[in-house]
Design a protein. Structure first.
Length: 520
């Protein structure tokens, strides 16, 4: 789900290279085992000070700012499951060392039913001795998943503001004051510290450029370029309006979070809750912003501890969000996952309570949100049909975009992934491949009959020399006919083609095509 920030320049690292070379050569089996287990170099983490200070990557202007002496206190909640002990403890030390003591009410560790022995007694003894009364541990007796585990932390928190963080982060100097100030000014703001990166192999800290947090129509999050008005304003320290959140850290007024419905407790395990919260907050009168002056560095692990089918839960949670918040645009989510809207084969649970919440809060439409908060989204409302496309002569094979850098459509055994997502639009475009959900991503290409040879090509829709070359007539269980040449898209047997099947455009011989899902 985490894409690298767009067009980013990597900043200098946080660790000197000299001493590191020897550590990295020492790649014992134990180190590899730990790497495999945690998704980062846990053995190296054990050797790094729990009290290290990371480079100050705040914009210069942030360092001159002064803040009111009467800011609200914050409860900091860390969620973990089977995390390396040194990484958890560094997160705890880091927040305590970098938050003024009068502002930090408590640190709450939520253990989402870890199996790891050292995370029980060792952790308890350590924090009770080192930080008596300041650090509390909540243990889930069964694994609830990231989303409900955060809600456990919220229930226990007693400060007026709550910050939620993964337990593999380190805090930059002065992170708390700007966040608490923005929430004090308007309690309906959800504030996201700007994220820097802790490299999972070396634990060096690299600066990430200023970014907002967006997502694709599949509701996978990614970093996006800040809004144009922010860029035009030219103040690096100003808050950045953001459509959603990546999800590893956010700070919110405790009571407001309860009033707008927390995180959807009907979501399972992982994924989607961060996007759903963004839509909901904006549609229901609040706002969400990234604060460049408040910075937190985060380890992007190579694997998630919730390793049971993350894709399935991300899909399930995405459909929940779509059904409640996205009105007519929910079709885009089904399309992005390449699943039918009726009987999608995914049980996303009961959403009636969430729909009632939306009514009660008198929230705005998703169209309003797209126009005002996330105008970079591409809209596919002109889609008539989408999904896998099969030819009657080659059952089990689907139209496929082929290699991404290639300009050829191919036939490939049907697998239902996004490379076999075909969209046919009201104006006659046939597009293949994953939805290019936003202006930051390339869109899926158009199938073209340029009249030159017998091979159809895939081109960027806007690059087609004569626009009619990209238009097709297509009816269910009928031919696919080029409006420009009158030729048909057909399949022929061929020894030297993949799987012995080749796509051609030729004089129509009556071949029939079926597409999976009809919207209109």
């Amino acid at each position: 789900g985490l894409a690298k920030p767009i067009g980013l320049v990597e900043g200098p690292g946080g660790l000197g290279q000299g001493g590191l070379a020897t550590t990295l050569q020492d790649d014992s089996r134990e180190a590899e085992g730990k790497f495999e287990e945690y998704g980062y170099n846990a053995q190296l983490s054990d050797r790094i000070s729990l009290d290290r200070t990371i480079p100050d990557y705040r914009p210069k202007k942030c360092r001159q700012m002064t803040y009111s002496p009467d800011l609200p206190q914050v409860s900091v909640v860390f969620i973990f499951v089977n995390e390396a002990l040194s990484v958890i403890l560094r997160s705890v030390h880091s927040v305590i060392n970098h938050t003024p003591s009068q502002l930090l009410k408590e640190v709450i560790l939520v253990d989402d039913n870890s199996d790891n022995v050292e995370l029980k007694l060792n952790l308890d003894q350590y924090v009770n001795k080192r930080y008596p009364g300041l650090v509390k541990i909540v243990r889930n007796s069964r694994r609830e998943g990231l989303i409900r585990a955060r809600l456990q932390g919220w229930k226990v928190a007693t400060a007026p503001v709550v910050g939620f963080f993964d337990a593999h982060v380190e805090f930059n100097t002065g992170w708390a004051e700007p966040a608490l100030t923005r929430i004090q000014e308007d309690h309906r703001r959800i504030v996201l510290p700007a994220i820097d990166n802790i490299k999972y192999s070396t634990f060096e800290v690299q600066q990430y450029a200023n970014a907002a947090h967006g997502y694709t129509w599949g509701l996978w999050c990614m970093y996006i370029i800040p809004p144009q008005d922010w860029l035009d304003h030219g103040d690096e320290s100003a808050p950045i309006r953001t459509p959603a959140m990546i999800g590893c850290s956010f700070v919110v007024d405790r009571e407001y979070f309860g009033d707008i419905g927390l995180l959807d407790p009907g979501m399972e395990v992982y994924g989607g809750e961060n996007i759903e919260l963004g839509m909901r907050v904006w549609q229901c009168g609040g706002s969400m912003e990234v604060l460049p002056c408040s910075r937190v560095a985060h380890i992007e692990r190579t694997k998630k501890p919730y390793n049971n089918d993350i894709d399935y839960y991300a899909k399930r949670n995405a459909l929940r969000a779509a059904e409640v918040w996205m009105d007519d645009f929910k079709s885009h989510v089904y399309m992005a996952w390449n699943i039918p809207m009726t009987n999608p084969g995914v049980d996303f649970g009961d959403v009636s309570e969430r729909l009632a919440l939306r009514q009660r809060l008198k929230c705005r439409s998703f169209r309003w949100y797209l126009e005002n908060v996330y105008p970079e989204m591409r809209i596919y409302n002109d889609t008539l049909t989408y999904g896998e496309v099969r030819n009657s002569k080659a059952s089990g094979y689907c139209l496929d975009q082929g290699a991404e850098d290639d300009d050829r459509a191919i036939l490939y055994p049907c697998h239902g992934m996004s490379s076999q997502l075909v969209r046919y639009s009201a104006d006659g475009l046939l597009q293949l491949g994953p939805l290019g959900s936003t202006a930051f991503l390339p869109d899926s290409k158009c199938l073209v009959d340029d009249g030159r040879g017998r091979t159809p090509t895939l081109k960027k829709c806007e690059d087609v020399a004569r626009p009619t070359q990209r238009l097709w007539n297509f009816t269910q269980s009928g031919p696919i006919v080029s409006r420009d040449t009158g030729r048909c898209l057909e399949v022929e047997m061929s020894k030297d083609a993949n799987f012995g099947l080749r796509l051609v455009v030729q004089r129509c011989s009556g071949q029939k095509w079926m597409i999976r899902n009809w919207i209109k």
